[in-house]
Design a protein around this ligand. Structure first.
Ligand code: G6P
Length: 369
């Protein structure tokens, strides 16, 4: 097992650090900047169904559902096709309206999640095209779907999903770009800018990973916390949800993810000097509004850990701790902002002596509905 961990203390840490390679493997052969194109075979082979789709319905569970929420922002913005994201378990049991004009995208690391599999079967019965995004090759979901793309993240052993999440987002970004190109919903310049920038994401992830030791120190100050709040806006709101889920899963600290602006409708009541608030405050998507949310936390003495864009000065003045991520295009920021949150929950859990790779009560794949 030590050999499999490749010198890392835990599989989770190894998998966090594998993300630059995992993302590269996810887009290899698919992201073709020199040719100014994207090659997603499963999309190409079903192009008319995708382009004529009245809407795309994404079904998934857990972390994969969060990747679906990120993709909702990206696909809608880049392609202007309406997207809905559903918990697979809820979808199946509420007699959903699905027509042959819908495209269903099922996301699953293991490819074995029973609820997701059940949602796929229902969607197929109603005549929808079902596209799968799976990590495990030859898994049940990969076999049940009409078309799809593997994430190629490599085996994920840690129960808390990390590299599966960022590679799922990578694949769904490629799907969005492929459709945008075919649909003409982006200008050539916008398309090429995104494609070139996506190619640079792995090296930027390498840069973010360098903050691991600094995050370990921050974790030391907050490992005693009983509650944590994670805030983000826009495409980084689901990243806040994922950050909270990671912390709950492995450190057993209660955490909630919220859209930053919704804080005033509830969670603000919880804020005092004992409440760490992790805010994704990058310089994209209504940055000034996030800054005023941070002010609201500060005036209630909440402790602020902010994820900011490199070179930020405004939030740095206000926050108790800042973690920098490199500048990138708004739609690609989740691939960077996710990393410090994974590291934060990892270091907190290790400090608390928890079983990071196999947290209590959780399973890597859930094969019961
Ligand atoms: C379990 C795992 C999670 C995972 C979820 C969905 O709860 O512990 O890490 O996100 O299932 O799994 P899937 O394999 O379908 O992505």
């Amino acid at each position: 097992e030590q050999i499999e961990k490749g010198g890392y203390e835990h599989f989770m840490l190894k998998e966090i650090f594998e993300q630059p390679n995992a993302i590269t493997n996810a887009f290899r052969g698919r992201l073709l900047p020199a040719l100014e194109m994207i090659k997603m075979e499963g999309v190409q082979n079903n192009l008319s169904q995708f382009l004529e789709a009245k809407r795309i319905i994404i079904v998934a569970c857990g972390t994969s559902w969060h990747a679906g929420l990120v993709a909702e922002y990206i696909i809608e913005e880049l392609t202007r096709i309406p997207v809905e994201v559903e918990y697979a378990s809820e979808f199946k049991y509420r007699n959903p309206i699905i027509t042959p004009k819908d495209v269903v995208i099922a996301i699953s690391q293991s490819g074995e999640t029973a609820d997701t599999l059940a949602a796929i079967k229902l969607a197929k019965e109603q005549g929808a095209l079902v596209y799968g995004v799976c990590n495990v090759v030859g898994s049940s979901i990969a076999r049940e779907t009409h078309a799809g793309a593997y994430t190629h993240a490599g085996p994920e052993i840690g129960v808390a999903s990390t590299k599966a999440f960022t590679t799922q987002i990578t694949i769904l970004t490629l799907v969005a770009l492929h459709l945008a190109k075919e649909k003409g919903s982006l200008t050539k310049t916008e398309f090429n800018e995104l494609v070139h920038e996506l190619e640079r994401i792995p090296e930027k992830v390498v840069e973010v990973l360098q903050v691991s030791d600094a995050i370990k120190e921050i974790a030391q100050s907050y490992a005693h916390a009983t509650n944590c709040l994670f805030l983000g806006r826009g495409v980084n709101f689901p990243v806040a949800l994922e950050g909270a889920l990671k912390l709950k899963e492995i450190s057993y600290i209660h955490a909630e993810g919220y859209p930053a602006a919704e804080m005033k409708h509830g969670p603000i009541a919880l804020i005092d000097e004992n409440m760490p608030v992790i805010v994704i405050a990058i310089n994209k998507g209504h940055y000034e509004k996030t800054v005023s949310n941070i002010q609201e936390i500060k005036s209630r003495k909440g402790k602020i850990i902010a994820i900011v864009t490199k070179g930020d000065v405004v939030v740095k003045e206000m926050a108790d701790h800042v973690i920098e991520v490199p500048e990138t295009l708004e739609w690609l920021t989740p691939l960077l902002t996710t990393i410090p949150l994974q590291l934060l929950s990892y270091h907190m859990a290790v400090l608390l002596g928890k079983n990071v790779d196999q947290p209590r009560n959780l399973a890597k794949s859930v094969t019961v509905e």
